[in-house]
Each structure stands twice: as structure tokens, then as C-alpha cells.
Write a protein that binds this ligand. Structure first.
Ligand code: SF4
Length: 58
């Protein structure tokens, strides 16, 4: 998935289903770049898809 500039069709559908189920769909909560100085993406802290996402705690 890395390097894509847009979420895939299937991804958007998955997000919709998860939201409908009340699941957490926000990536930034678990992202190690979730700091003002590390991430300059305007969608932070509410990204549901992000090419730079990396799991925190690795
Ligand atoms: S890199 Fe992406 S997922 Fe991580 S904090 Fe920034 S916008 Fe959120």
C-alpha cells in the first residue's frame, strides 16, 4: 500500500463499515508520527487513511 496517494475504493468501504459498527477508524491515534513537530499532514489527527502511517510502539 505504501506510496499510494489515494485510498483505494475497498479501503473507503471498509472505513464506512467500521464507522457504522462504532469502531475506531482514526489512524493517527496509533501512529508514531502523531506529534505536531513530526507530522505536518493537515488531516492529522483525524486521518482514516494515510500513506505515512506507521504503527507506534515498534
Ligand atoms: S502520518 Fe498520517 S496517520 Fe500519522 S499522524 Fe500524520 S496524518 Fe496521522
Amino acid at each position: 500500500m505504501r506510496g499510494r496517494t489515494k485510498p483505494s475504493w475497498g479501503h473507503n468501504l471498509k472505513i464506512k463499515i467500521k464507522k457504522a459498527l462504532g469502531m475506531n477508524v482514526i489512524l493517527c491515534d496509533n501512529c508514531k508520527w502523531n506529534w505536531r513537530s513530526s507530522c505536518h499532514d493537515p488531516v492529522r489527527p483525524h486521518a482514516t487513511w494515510c500513506p505515512d502511517f506507521e504503527k507506534r510502539g515498534k
